[in-house]
Design a protein around this ligand. Structure first.
Ligand code: EPU
Length: 417
């Protein structure tokens, strides 16, 4: 069992370079199947979620070459096979294969995807998109058999701006006949990254990054190239680390606009932070002010930074509130923070964090990816040793987290015991 051990209280100084965005890369890789040629994707993060997708690609017969952060995918010998449930349930993003294969072959058989246990996470909006374009969906337990005689462009109005449903509808519409319009689409930067990639292969997508996206179907897509955008959630996590323990900690390779909802909150708390064109410098701050935060779709405060942010709010003066509007079960970090000395009360979808409190190292568990990130941050400042179990969740989404933190002065190791 892998564990992370942290001896807290070490100043963080130097530079952390941000890797490619997990949530972009995990969509770009399956999207590559729509190409009728060869695609190259640069700045791929080295995380286990990508390894899981790589396995699925190879299972389907794609030839994949990985060289550092570059991935070259040749799907000229692809076969439309049923992806085994054991592979599909390793991650949420496996459902991008559902739409890419349906878009390419008009038939797909696949299982319900996996992903962090942070709420119900249905896929009804994705299926709504498939059905609107003319596909018939048969659900048998966890298995979906989806078939379309023809995929025809349509208007798809999403009940909520779901990232996954927006990307899945784009993927299935790219080669459909006629024009598809997605209303109430999600506006996350990862969607723009995927649309730019597909357009680069010959797709005709406009409006990505807004709530109305139009896709004019094309018959063929050529070779493709994409560069994964910097990971705004990884960046935000290390910015929070800097606010906890930084001494002019530099976070580089960022798109400042993508993390503005976070940096504005940190400024409101009095955290010293200087934002430059593609980097920022952050230092710790005594006497932080409490704040109120509500998670929202982009450009609002990202749900994926809600748990990491909790470890900072523990040290703010007064009562902060954090309201989670996206997921119903994203507070599993709270009990562990409380066991370390925090005073946090959960009331439905809202938590009240009374500060400032001092945390003490404990043995705790990473129940999901961002809960794990929250606990790493807590451990960086806590007095004494923090031991985090079930860290596989963290390694799914943060490239070289141990080395990146060690390089700036953290006392953190990964052990297998
Ligand atoms: N929802 C539905 N029906 C659907 C789709 C979504 O009810 O068909 C609901 C979900 O239950 C949830 C909300 O809508 O309450 C948002 O779901 P969304 O589809 O936006 O999430 P996702 O596409 O499953 C992606 C990221 C998440 C991130 C959300 C932010 C990937 C692989 N995952 O999830 O990332 O929190 O967008 O909205 O891109 C993470 O990185 O830790 C993570 C969980």
């Amino acid at each position: 069992m892998k564990k992370i051990k942290i001896n807290g209280g070490k100043e963080l100084k130097g530079t952390i370079r941000i890797s490619g965005a997990k949530n972009s890369a995990v969509a770009l890789v399956p999207a590559s199947l729509l190409s009728d040629g060869i695609v190259t994707i640069d700045n791929i993060p080295n995380i286990s979620d990508i390894d899981a997708l790589n396995e699925i690609l190879e299972f389907l017969g794609a030839k994949v070459v990985r060289d550092k952060d570059r991935m070259i995918i040749d799907q000229t010998s692809l076969e439309n096979k049923e992806i085994p449930e054991s592979k599909a349930k390793k991650l949420r993003a496996s459902y991008y294969f559902m739409s890419a294969l349906l878009g390419k072959y008009k038939h797909v058989e696949m299982y319900f995807p996996g992903g962090c246990s942070i709420g119900a996470r249905p896929i009804d909006q994705t299926l709504k998109g498939f059905r609107a374009l003319g596909a018939e969906v048969i659900e048998e337990g966890n298995k979906f058999t989806i078939d379309a005689k023809e995929l025809t462009g349509a208007e798809v109005s999403l009940d909520m701006p779901s990232v996954g449903a927006t990307i899945n509808t784009i993927l299935v519409a790219v080669k459909a006949k006629g024009t598809t319009t997605i209303l109430n689409a999600a506006k996350e930067p990862e969607i723009v990254n995927v649309a730019t990639f597909l357009n680069n292969m010959g797709a005709k997508i406009t409006g990505a990054g807004t709530s109305e996206i139009t896709i004019k179907g094309v018959n063929k897509l050529g070779n493709g190239f994409a560069e994964v955008i910097p990971d705004r959630i990884e960046a935000g996590t290390y910015v929070i680390a800097g606010a906890l323990m930084g001494n002019s900690l530099k976070i580089e390779n960022i798109i400042p606009e993508h993390i503005e909802s976070l940096t504005l909150k940190l400024k409101e708390m009095n955290v010293p932070i200087k934002v430059h064109e593609d980097n920022l410098i952050v230092s710790r701050c005594e006497g932080m002010k409490s704040v109120n935060i509500k998670t929202q779709g982009y450009p609002g405060f990202a749900t994926d930074l809600q748990q990491p942010m909790t470890s900072l709010l523990v040290y703010a003066n007064g009562t902060s509130t954090l309201e989670e509007t996206i997921y119903e079960n994203r507070f599993q970090n709270v009990a562990f923070l409380n066991s370390m000395g925090a005073d946090i009360v959960i009331d439905g979808r809202k938590i009240y964090i009374k500060g400032p409190k001092k945390l003490k190292g404990k043995e705790i568990v990473a129940t999901d990816l961002r809960a794990g990130a929250c606990l790493v941050l807590a451990g960086l400042k806590a007095e004494g040793q923090t031991v985090i179990k079930e860290v596989e969740h963290i390694l799914r989404g943060y490239e070289n987290i141990i080395q990146k933190l060690q390089n700036v002065g953290a006392d953190i190791i990964l052990v297998d015991e």
